[in-house]
Design a protein around this ligand. Structure first.
Ligand code: C5P
Length: 235
């Protein structure tokens, strides 16, 4: 990975998939010191979440802005510059060469850019319908190679893809993996899920966890269990 491996606790990223800043703040309060890293996506970002991102950064938390940017290079660059000013640690962009190049050039010293290769909701038929000739596996591999050549810091990938992607890109890129379900928890709408320990063993550096923590009766206990499982994986 890109720098020395972080503490187990810093490898858990909690997805703040909530409809208001108030609801997010209440969860963050309950989680306290158990969680150091939060992800803000479309839902919360468009309800005041970007201001919250900046406050979290001021309070010493790390923030992953999951807005999956994709536009002409100049527009991407200007957006990335302002997200860097929020104090965010990670930002996602779609893995198109122009978009990735613009994001890497504009990111500054502390923001890291993650590329999304192929959305996990896409299968072969969806790619064909969108006009692509490559299948999912070939497309993920091609885009991972392009991301690495451009100097992207990391990739978002499912637990199933993690081992293959890791073998393609080597140790230098951070792999960030959603679709995590501790043994016995609800799968929800995720189709390809992995336990924290298996995702870590497959090569993930960071785990993104939403509902297993956000919807838990005791979110802090759920987070602590996942941190313990990451620690126990010993990798
Ligand atoms: O609730 P759950 O643990 O499934 O949340 C996973 C989070 O990761 C959500 O914020 C979702 O948008 C995000 N994500 C995902 N699959 C991807 C990329 C991001 O589930 N391929």
């Amino acid at each position: 990975m890109m720098s020395p491996r972080p503490d187990s606790r810093d490898r858990l990223i909690v997805a703040l998939d909530l409809s208001s800043v108030e609801a997010a703040e209440a969860l963050i309060d309950r989680l306290g010191d158990s969680v150091t890293f939060y992800k803000i996506g479309y839902q919360l970002a468009y309800a005041g979440g970007l201001a919250l991102a900046s406050q979290l950064a001021d309070r010493g938390k790390k923030v992953f802005i999951d807005l999956k940017l994709h536009d002409i290079g100049n527009t991407v660059a200007k957006g990335v510059e302002n997200i860097a000013r929020l104090g965010a640690t990670f930002l996602t962009v779609h893995a198109y060469p122009q978009t990735m190049q613009a994001a890497v050039e504009a990111r500054g010293p502390s923001l890291k850019i993650l590329a999304v290769t192929v959305l996990t909701s896409y299968d072969e038929a969806d790619l064909r319908a969108a006009g692509y000739r490559l299948g999912v596996t070939a497309m993920v591999a091609e885009r991972a190679r392009q991301a690495q050549a451009i100097g992207i810091d990391g990739l978002v990938c499912s637990g199933e893809e993690a081992a293959t992607v890791r073998s393609l890109v080597g140790p230098g890129m951070a792999l960030v993996t959603p679709g995590i379900r501790p043994a016995g928890s609800d799968v929800g709408d995720q189709k390809r899920v992995m336990t924290p320990a298996r995702a870590i063993a497959a090569g993930a550096d960071y785990l993104v966890v939403g509902r297993p923590i956000v919807a838990a009766a005791d979110p802090k206990a759920a987070a602590e269990m996942i941190v313990a499982e990451i620690e126990g994986a010993g990798i």
